[in-house]
Design a protein around this ligand. Structure first.
Ligand SMILES: [Zn+2]
Length: 260
């Protein structure tokens, strides 16, 4: 199960039937498609209505937080919540990549933190999992989550942070490994696999981005999940079958999806 892919994105949506058929042929039987704003959340919802294998999440991504007006999660999220294919709030989180260039934009950071906190609180109130995006903001994210004890969900595109892993282990959170796990320089990230409890791990493509190593150069798609799973099995020194079963069970539990 691909726990995170943006198949409404250009490069994939034009050949969506083929993308879904490829996934099925590769035994990627299910996928969760998160929105990044209202428009893409609706596109994700439409895809979930069209394809049996597709579930969707709705949320306002930190990079889409443009103004200081906080979002109203009730009016943003409630329209999606009645849909049986709606499985999570996401993707949401904090993206402080601007700090890498030495720039601190405190207005923007405050607005992102407010949007994140409000959406997590809404999700926690309805016992819905959240899909968390983190870029250079791990400690801010954890401190917000500390204050919302009933929040649960997944750290998408897990960066290997030991603090995040500890938090996920202690609380009702999962870590999701993406295609960057397969990159030659990702030894440290692969090493974290052995520290993570097996029932806390899920996997994703983050398609169309982060194409796994053997497919690099082409647009990522859910079918390529198998490359990341193969690398996981190697790093864990477990059989691919065992790893696949474990990942599927974990993903179904994370999103509250029935096995049948
Ligand atoms: Zn994403």
């Amino acid at each position: 199960m691909d726990t995170h892919c943006h198949i409404y994105w250009e490069g994939l949506i034009e050949r969506i039937d083929e993308v879904v058929a490829h996934a099925r042929a590769a035994h990627v039987e299910r996928m969760v498609v998160p929105g990044i704003n209202a428009e893409t959340s609706r596109e994700a919802q439409k895809l979930a209505g069209r394809f049996n294998q597709v579930y969707f999440a709705a949320g306002l991504h930190p990079s889409e937080v443009k103004s200081r007006d906080p979002i109203d999660p009730e009016s943003f999220l409630t329209p999606f919540a009645g849909d049986p294919r709606f499985v999570a709030v996401g993707e949401i989180g904090l993206d402080f990549r601007h700090r890498r260039s030495g720039r601190i934009d405190s207005d923007l950071e405050t607005a992102q933190m407010e949007a994140f906190r409000l959406q997590v609180e809404w999700a926690a109130a309805y016992d819905i999992p959240v899909i968390i995006h983190n870029r250079d903001a791990g400690s801010e994210i954890l401190s917000i989550l500390q204050e919302i004890p009933h929040a649960r969900g997944v750290f998408h595109c897990f960066d290997g942070s030991k603090r995040t892993l500890r938090f996920a282990t202690e609380r009702d959170f999962f870590v999701s490994y993406a295609g960057n796990l397969t990159y030659p320089r990702a030894q440290n990230l692969r090493a974290t696999l052995r520290l993570a409890p097996m029932d806390k791990i899920v996997v994703e493509t983050d398609a169309p981005w982060l194409t796994p190593q053997p497919r690099r150069g082409s647009t990522n798609e859910p079918a390529y999940l198998v490359e990341t799973v193969a690398q996981m099995a190697l790093a864990l020194e477990k059989s691919p079958e065992i790893v696949r079963i474990k990942l599927l069970t974990n993903s179904l539990r994370l999103f509250g999806i029935d096995r049948s």
